[in-house]
Ligand binder design. Structure first.
Ligand code: ADP
Ligand SMILES: CCCC(=O)OP(=O)(O)O
Length: 357
């Protein structure tokens, strides 16, 4: 069973072809940043990215009709249960016109649905908006604002299952704190297979290579009403141009860690990020009432063991720490579609999506 996997990021689109759960080929289709900057809205990039994907399929010697399904990264949908969902016209409409957060992942299902043209099923698995939060976690302190579960759910859920396997247990039998360290950072608490609290990786938690995370709210208000910045400039300051890139001019953590070897300011920034991640992990351990079977560090930055050590020295007393560097999103998407194609799981439908766990 051939599966085409589509996973758009801010400047590239990852594509892969799987035969069952075996990866045949994976490529990162780089898009010229100047080309992307011409578009005001991420959705306007649909045709450019779609063409790149179709060209990739042809270059690899395949036709769309050869595939049993297209598996796409799920975007910022309404809160929904973990699992695999069938992409429908209504879902595409939501991602195009109604989603509250502009994010590259919103493009995946839109493009997949258009490419399939109704000829093969299109699925998403564990989108960014998987929501299994306990009710206490939703209150922000003002009734007008609810906390939202937006995290790297796809990789985090896949990694949770791998670590559980390593421990000889089921994900549903364990309590874990899992931190995904990428361009954005998600720190999540898992109680017996449910992700019961997360820092919204766009707005909360530690600062990251390109995001501020949580900020002192009074100062944010002063900045917003200073008259010096437009709404878009302020948004970019928080997501895209905040965090490490604001201090050091790079969102590449490899570069930042190199700079930190020679430069005091860079060292402080790198150490502060590790400190803030550790603080968030500690908070999630308390959410689990201290009963934590594993703390897991994953994502691109976890490739740097020295950085992981900086976090570990704060949290090692809470639970055994596992380092699972990189991300396994393409594999998780292919497996999600495969479970449905094999009849092991029934694809959830749009109507069910508004029911949270
Ligand atoms: N070997 C490495 N050491 C440190 N940081 C790394 C390494 N490899 C990738 N990164 C960093 O990981 C971040 C991207 O993480 P990734 O999980 O791929 O992104 P995302 O999940 O946000 O798409 C970037 O800041 C990148 O510089
Ligand atoms: C909003 C959570 C998901 C996320 O941050 O994804 P990226 O790191 O790929 O932007």
């Amino acid at each position: 069973m051939l599966i085409l996997v589509i996973n758009p990021g801010s400047t590239s689109t990852k594509v892969a072809i799987f035969d069952g759960d075996k990866k045949i080929v994976q490529k990162s289709l780089r898009h010229d940043i100047k080309e992307l900057e011409k578009f005001d809205d991420i959705m306007e990039q649909e045709e450019l990215r779609k063409k790149a994907i179709i060209d990739f399929v042809k270059e690899e010697g395949y036709d769309i009709a050869d595939f049993s399904a297209i598996a796409c990264r799920g975007g910022i949908l309404p809160p929904l249960q973990s699992g695999t969902y069938e992409v429908t016209a209504e879902m595409v409409d939501y991602l195009k016109f109604k989603t509250p957060v502009k994010h590259a992942s919103n493009l995946a299902a839109v493009i997949g649905y258009s490419i399939s043209n109704g000829s093969i099923p299109v699925f998403i698995t564990d989108p960014v908006s998987v929501d299994e939060m306990v009710e206490e976690a939703r209150l922000s302190g003002i009734p007008e604002i609810s906390r939202r579960s937006l995290a790297h759910a796809l990789n985090i859920k896949a990694v949770a299952r791998e670590v559980a396997k390593e421990l000889g247990k089921k994900y549903e039998d364990l309590n874990m704190v899992i931190a995904h360290l990428g361009g954005g950072i998600s720190v999540t608490a898992h109680e017996k297979g449910k992700m019961i609290d997360v820092n919204n990786a766009n707005d909360e938690g530690p600062f990251s290579p390109e995001r501020t995370g949580e900020l002192p709210v009074g100062d944010v208000i002063r900045l917003c009403f200073s008259g010096k910045f437009t709404r878009n400039e302020i948004k970019k300051m928080f997501v895209g141009k905040g965090g490490v890139v604001a201090y050091l001019g790079t969102n590449n953590m490899q570069e930042a860690i190199e700079m930190a070897k020679k430069d005091e300011k860079a060292k402080l920034v790198v150490d502060a990020m590790a400190y803030q991640i550790a603080k968030e992990i500690g908070g999630m351990c308390s959410v689990l009432k201290g009963k934590v079977d594993a703390i897991v560090i994953t994502g691109g930055i976890a490739h740097n063991t020295k950085f992981v050590e900086k976090i570990k020295c704060y949290v090692y007393k809470f639970a055994p720490v596992f380092n699972v560097p990189g991300e396994f999103e393409m594999e998780a998407l292919a497996k999600g579609a495969l479970r449905v194609l094999k009849g092991e799981e029934t694809a959830k439908k749009w109507g069910e999506m508004y029911e949270t766990a």
